[in-house]
Design a protein around this ligand. Structure first.
Ligand code: HPA
Length: 285
């Protein structure tokens, strides 16, 4: 009997399964938590007690980072004694990847049993009560990237054709993050993903505020869609790197974005460590 092949993404599933089989043989254990160490969380990498480090280029069919400074490796280890796997280096739509391509690594990990995604990003603040350096728990998102990683054939074993996103960002994980935040002030709001790489004009900024967004960035939403499709619970945190006031717009300088994100890194890494320590063990079985 001939196998039914997708006409739209004929090799995608096969490539995912090849990468999964490769990693399944390498992993010393299978963590329930996967972290994407985006801007603001990369400092966590140094603190992971690493049991396995695999450069992306050694994993079959993984995308390659086009940004020189990005490490591009998968780490399995323990943070605060909790088994995790972490992507050091992520991919963006603006680099030229489709959202299906850039979420390939996360799809592979979901097939190895991850149940929780902790994801961070640097974002521009649209809510004028925010300040650079603030942390924002993502409560919801708006996707303005003109692509969806689930477009094309659906594999029912991976998740439903029309996944529900009524609670894309888990309420109980946000609640737990708030409970452990203590002196770290936490904002909460809606993240809008734009394709980039050009930054927003003042008119676009006004539009994004009008449609209900509190922060804008160029990542996270594709990964969250795939994670949710795969049945995972998600904690998303934005580091507010700059604040964009449409009526008093100043240039958005990459140096400022990076400097402010770095300033917030310690807070975010501290918060995530406390969060990991506080996760009830029975959630991780
Ligand atoms: N817009 C989009 N992406 C961003 C911004 C911004 O102002 N700041 C950091 N990432």
């Amino acid at each position: 009997m001939t196998e039914k092949k997708s006409l739209i993404n004929p090799d995608y599933r096969q490539k995912v399964e090849i990468a999964r089989d490769f990693l399944e043989k390498k992993f010393p254990y299978f963590p329930k938590i996967v972290m994407i160490l985006g801007t603001g969380l990369s400092g966590a990498a140094e603190e992971i007690e690493k049991d396995l480090v695999i450069p992306y280029q050694e994993i079959p069919h993984f995308p390659r980072s086009t940004v020189e400074s990005h490490k591009g490796q998968l780490v399995v280890g323990k943070l605060c004694g909790v088994p995790i796997c972490a992507f050091q280096g992520r991919f963006h739509f603006y680099e030229g990847y489709s959202t299906k391509e850039l979420t390939f690594p996360l799809r592979v990990l979901s097939l190895l049993g991850t149940k929780f995604l902790i994801i961070s990003n640097a974002a521009g603040g649209l809510n004028l009560s925010f300040s650079p350096g603030d942390l924002m728990l993502i409560s919801d998102h708006i996707n303005l990237i003109p692509d969806n990683p689930l477009r094309g054939e659906n594999y029912d074993e991976w998740g439903p054709r029309f996944p529900d996103l009524s609670e894309a960002y888990s309420k109980r994980l946000r609640h737990l993050a708030r409970a452990v935040a203590e002196e770290i002030p936490l904002r909460e709001g809606v993240y809008v993903a734009v394709p980039g790489p050009s930054l927003e004009t003042p008119a676009e900024t006004r539009f994004l505020r009008l449609i209900g967004a509190d922060a804008v960035g160029m990542s996270t939403v594709p990964e969250v869609i795939v994670a949710k499709h795969a049945g995972m619970e998600i904690l998303g945190i934005s580091v507010i790197a700059n604040v964009n006031d449409p009526d008093n717009f100043s240039p958005i300088l990459l140096e400022d974005v990076i400097a402010n994100a770095q300033k917030a890194e310690k807070k975010l890494v501290g918060l995530v460590k406390r969060f990991l320590k506080a996760i009830p063990k029975d959630w991780l079985v």
